[in-house]
Each structure stands twice: as structure tokens, then as C-alpha cells.
Unconditional design. Structure first.
Lengths: 276, 314
């Protein structure tokens, strides 16, 4: 279709507006492209001269900083394993069994998961963790996140399993497989893409979170990177900008990598719909 | 295809053929059920219980809290101090304004505008714009908080450098306009979700509708008002409820302002944190938590009733 002149001008105006909004969104982030590579980085925007990796060397030479990244990894991985395994089993049961009250369970979970947010429930979560005697441990953070993320993870996976024909497992069982075999050997491989999405989503959520570890952890040995990053402040309370910038970049990399992975594999809209 | 119903139907009658027996189904649900019970359902009831006590984090009442009835609630809603800075009422009103300005107006309108714009712009413009809008949304909150701290720095920050470059007066925005800083911050942080939701809603409209409007010579605004908007109404309602709930519960502004200066950005989530973990008043903090959950419950019930009516999920 041939464009008339006003329509053409309109298109250019639309593109210009979209690009302008994109640029405004980019502004607060541009600093992160330069500062990590600048040995004299300050809060101002400056092109590094020369470009250097010395900030990264300093971060990796700081055992506390490396330990914190490792702690983030332990907590996120632990949480993800629990969420992935428990959500898959439960979602499969919700989809395939006829346990009475299934619908009510689903509805109740959906309700509770949106009502009990981390910032509303910080007091009781603290008290429960304290009562269980696991305060200031990785396991406290892992279990809290597993419980909090599970309802959403189950819904995503149940929808996914509902869309898979039952005849897959039925044929396996007709051929003599037990229900458990049908689950592990037939259903599980088909569900795998759904599990990958849930696992990535849960990982990004735990990796990036601040409030729960901030409340549940005390000792510096257990702090994940999201909390440990605040140790890069001098005693006067001013940030050590060079270290912070490099550390923030390293800390963001897994999230960006996973996001790119999911958008490459599944198309980014899917990921967009499921971040809580 | 043809044999399947024949083989599976008699079996279902004979042995109640379900893929998982009730017992196996219950066993499969057990781990998730336990975790969710302990960390989601128990907290819901426990917080109600604690809110009627004078439990503290340290001291005598940490171990032996006493029942104080509605004492914590009466303290929160004490009309003498309710509206004062750093009190519950001030925080609640601040949060309401924050949700209105940053979620319902900022994120939803900006998301709608962006979703409509990227329907028509060339693919490379779309990709670049989407990249930055989504980057703002996926990066860890701590990193975003620090990026904005640097961005807004009075002496060196990028924003003041830009303002000076355009001949405008610079400002110490975190001190002078903290509320509007967190409003813009949250709009920036969360617009991606609305954009993506509306984008997928717009793409689900049959292109022939728009082509017919093109033939009739409709402008972009007319197409938006008369075709796009009415057809995605369900998505808009879904979006508004979700972003309202998330913005109401967000703790991220704490990473930028710490709730200050002098309580001017102390949202209820931050107020809850301060009362419970800095003032050590767990009973009072629990009462704040109960009120937050009641507000969440109201929104969740509206959301679920919508979902039951016609499943607006994309």
C-alpha cells in the first residue's frame, strides 16, 4: 500500500516518539556501560580513559564479594530445584488426577499467593524461620522463596500440562507402564520446556531479590550479592563507585543471560507474561 | 485415533481409569503443599495472631508477648497522630498517591502508548525501544536502585548534566522532590509489563479490522480509540489490577531513598519494615501486615472474579 504524505510524516513522528521514549529509558542505565571499565569512575558519566578491567580484578580479589556471588548462586539454585521439583509434581497431580477438591485448592492457592506478599508478611516469615531455628542460614532463604514462588509456578505448569494430550501417558499405560513410569518416562520429557521456563523465572526472582535475605540473614558469610553490595560503601557512607559498578555488572549478567536465553528459545512475550 | 476412545472408555468404567490414583495424586502434591502451607498460609494466620500482641524483636516481650487486643490497631489509627509524617495514615495516603500516579497513570498509560507505537514503527526502532524498556524491568532491583542513585546525584549525575546542557537549572531531586522521584522511578521500572501485556493484546486483534479502517481513511488515533481500545478492555482491567497490587507491595523505592528524607517516601511496605525491624515492634508491624493483606485480598478477589467470568488471560 502506498503511503500518503501525511501518513508518511505520521510514521516518522511515531518512530521518533518511540525512539525518544527508548532513549529516556536508557538514560539511567548508560552509566553502567562506562563506569565498570573506568578505574577512576565516579557518579558522573565519563568515557573511560583508558578502558580497563582493573575494577573487575579488584572485585574478584575481594573474597567477601566473591563469596556473596556464590551465596546468591547457592540460594537461587537451591530454591529453583525445590520449586521446579515440587511444582512439577503438584501441577501434574492437579492436571491428571481426580483428587477431590482440586479446584478449591487451586483457587485458594491463587488467592493466598497474591495476598501474602513478602512486604506484607515479613513479620510472620521472620517469626516462622526463627521458630524453626534456621535463622541466618541458606536454607531459610531457600525454603521461604520456594513457598512463595510455588503457587505461581504451579499455575504456569498446570496450564502447560493441561495443553498436553492425555493420550501420551494413556498409551504408555496401556502398554503396561505404571503411572509413575508414565510420569517419568513419557510426561516429564514433554513437560520439560515448561519446567525450564519456571526454573528460569524462579532463578531470576531469587537472584534479584533483596528484602527476604535482608531480613533473614545476619552474618556476612551468608549474604547474597543483593545485600552484600551495600558493603561497598566507605565508613562515611559514600559508595566506592568503581567496585560497585563492576560488581553490579557481574551480578546482573546471569539475569541478562537467562533473559536472552528464554527470549531466544521461547519468544520474549512468554517470559513477559510470567514475571511476578 | 479411532481406536483410542474404544480402548480407554471401558477401562475407565472398570478400574476408574485416571492417570494418577488419588493416593498418588495426593503424594505428588505433598511437597508443594507443605512448603506453601508453612511459608504462605501459616504466615497469613500467624500475622493476624501476632497483631493482637505486643511482641517485640528484643527484650522481655520478645519471649513472653502479652495480648493487647486491638491495641496495635488503635495505635495505628489514632486520630491524634494518624496524618503525621512517619505515622501509618501518612504512609497509607502516600502509598495511595504513589499507586495512582506511578502505576495507574504512569505505567499503564506509558505502557499503552508504547504498545501502540511499536505496532507501527520499523522493526529496528521497535527492538531498540523494547530492549531498554525491558532492561529497566528485568535488572535486579539493587542494581536499578544504585543506577538511579548515580543518575540523580546532585553534583555529577547524568540528569543534572543533561539539564545544565539544555540550559535548565539542576536540582537535588532526591532531597527536594523525593515523592516524584519514586513515582518516575516506579513508572520507569514497571512500564515494561503493561507494554508487553498490551502489545500481545493488540497483536491478537485480527489485522483485517485495521485494514478496513485504513481503507476508510481512519487516523491512528481513531483506530486506537474505536478499534484497539474497546477490544483490549479486558486486558486493561487485568493490567490495572496486577500493577496496582505489585506497586502497592513494592519495596524497591527503599533501595533508592530509604523511605526518607524525613519519611517523605515511606510507603506502607517500608513503614512496615521500619516499625518491625528498626523499631522492633513486631505486634504493630504485624497489624500493618494484616491491613496490607486485607487490601491485597480485596484486589485479589476482584481479579479472581474477573478471571472466573471470562478468563482474560492472554
Amino acid at each position: 500500500m502506498k503511503l500518503t504524505l501525511p501518513a508518511y510524516v505520521g510514521r516518522i513522528a511515531f518512530s521518533a516518539l518511540a525512539a525518544l521514549i527508548g532513549a529516556i529509558f536508557a538514560l539511567p542505565l548508560i552509566w553502567f556501560i562506562f563506569a565498570p571499565f573506568n578505574a577512576r569512575a565516579e557518579l558522573g558519566l565519563a568515557i573511560p580513559d583508558p578502558w580497563t578491567l582493573s575494577n573487575f580484578a579488584t572485585v574478584f580479589g575481594n573474597s567477601y564479594a566473591v563469596q556473596a556471588l556464590w551465596n546468591s548462586f547457592i540460594q537461587a539454585t537451591g530454591g529453583v530445584i525445590l520449586v521446579g521439583a515440587a511444582a512439577t509434581l503438584a501441577a501434574y497431580a492437579l492436571s491428571r488426577s481426580s483428587v477431590p477438591g482440586k479446584g478449591a485448592v487451586t483457587y485458594t492457592l491463587l488467592l493466598f499467593s497474591s495476598v501474602v506478599s513478602g512486604s506484607a508478611a515479613m513479620v510472620p516469615i521472620f517469626l516462622i524461620v526463627s521458630a524453626m531455628g534456621i535463622m541466618d542460614t541458606h536454607i531459610a532463604v531457600i525454603l521461604t522463596f520456594a513457598g512463595g514462588l510455588l503457587p505461581t509456578a504451579m499455575f504456569i505448569l498446570r496450564d502447560f500440562i493441561d495443553s498436553i494430550p492425555k493420550s501420551y501417558e494413556e498409551s504408555a499405560m496401556v502398554a503396561g507402564a505404571s503411572p509413575v513410569q508414565a510420569f517419568f518416562d513419557v510426561a516429564l520429557p514433554v513437560i520439560r520446556p515448561g519446567i525450564v521456563v519456571v526454573v528460569v523465572w524462579a532463578f531470576v526472582n531469587i537472584w534479584g531479590s533483596f528484602l527476604i535475605p535482608f531480613i533473614l540473614l545476619r552474618s556476612s558469610d551468608n549474604m547474597p550479592a543483593s545485600v552484600a553490595i551495600y558493603s561497598f560503601y566507605s565508613e562515611a557512607g559514600t559508595p566506592i563507585v568503581t567496585l560497585l559498578a563492576a560488581y553490579a555488572l557481574i551480578y546482573s549478567l546471569p539475569v541478562v543471560a537467562l533473559y536472552l536465553f528464554v527470549s531466544w528459545k521461547f519468544g520474549f512475550r512468554f517470559f513477559g507474561g510470567i514475571k511476578a | 485415533m479411532t481406536t483410542e476412545p474404544i480402548t480407554s472408555k471401558p477401562r475407565r468404567k472398570v478400574r476408574n481409569f485416571s492417570l494418577l490414583s488419588n493416593r498418588a495424586g495426593a503424594a505428588f502434591m505433598l511437597p508443594a503443599g507443605l512448603l506453601v502451607s508453612v511459608f504462605v498460609i501459616v504466615p497469613f494466620f500467624w500475622v493476624i495472631f501476632v497483631s493482637f500482641t505486643n511482641r517485640t524483636l528484643i527484650g522481655r516481650t520478645a519471649l513472653n508477648p502479652e495480648f493487647v487486643g486491638l491495641g496495635n490497631y488503635l495505635a495505628l489509627f489514632d486520630p491524634a497522630t494518624f496524618f503525621q509524617r512517619g505515622q501509618f495514615g501518612f504512609s497509607l495516603i502516600l502509598t495511595t498517591q504513589f499507586v495512582l500516579a506511578s502505576a495507574l497513570i504512569g505505567q499503564a498509560l506509558l505502557g499503552l502508548l508504547l504498545a501502540w507505537l511499536i505496532q507501527t514503527v520499523p522493526p529496528w526502532v521497535k527492538r531498540i525501544t523494547e530492549t531498554f524498556v525491558i532492561a529497566a524491568w528485568i535488572l535486579p532491583e539493587v542494581v536499578i536502585g544504585f543506577a538511579w542513585f548515580a543518575f540523580l546525584d546532585r553534583d555529577q549525575g547524568t540528569l543534572n548534566a543533561l539539564l545544565t546542557g539544555f540550559g535548565l537549572p539542576p536540582g537535588d531531586f532526591l532531597l527536594e522532590q523525593p515523592f516524584w522521584v519514586i513515582v518516575v522511578f516506579n513508572t520507569w521500572r514497571g512500564a515494561a509489563f503493561s507494554m508487553m501485556l498490551f502489545n500481545s493484546a493488540f497483536s491478537s486483534i485480527p489485522p483485517s479490522y485495521f485494514q478496513a479502517a485504513d481503507v476508510a481513511g481512519a487516523s491512528s488515533w481513531q483506530k486506537f480509540r474505536d478499534i484497539g481500545l474497546p477490544l483490549i478492555r479486558g486486558h486493561i482491567v487485568t493490567d490495572l489490577i496486577l500493577i496496582t497490587m505489585w506497586t502497592f507491595n513494592t519495596f524497591t523505592p527503599f533501595l533508592l531513598t530509604n523511605g526518607g528524607p524525613s519519611y517523605r517516601t515511606e510507603l506502607v511496605s517500608i513503614y512496615n519494615y521500619r516499625v518491625a525491624f528498626q523499631d522492633f515492634q513486631f505486634g504493630k508491624g504485624a497489624a500493618v501486615g494484616v491491613i496490607m493483606m486485607l487490601i491485597n485480598l480485596a484486589f485479589a478477589l476482584v481479579y479472581l472474579s474477573l478471571g472466573r467470568k471470562k478468563a482474560p488471560k492472554s
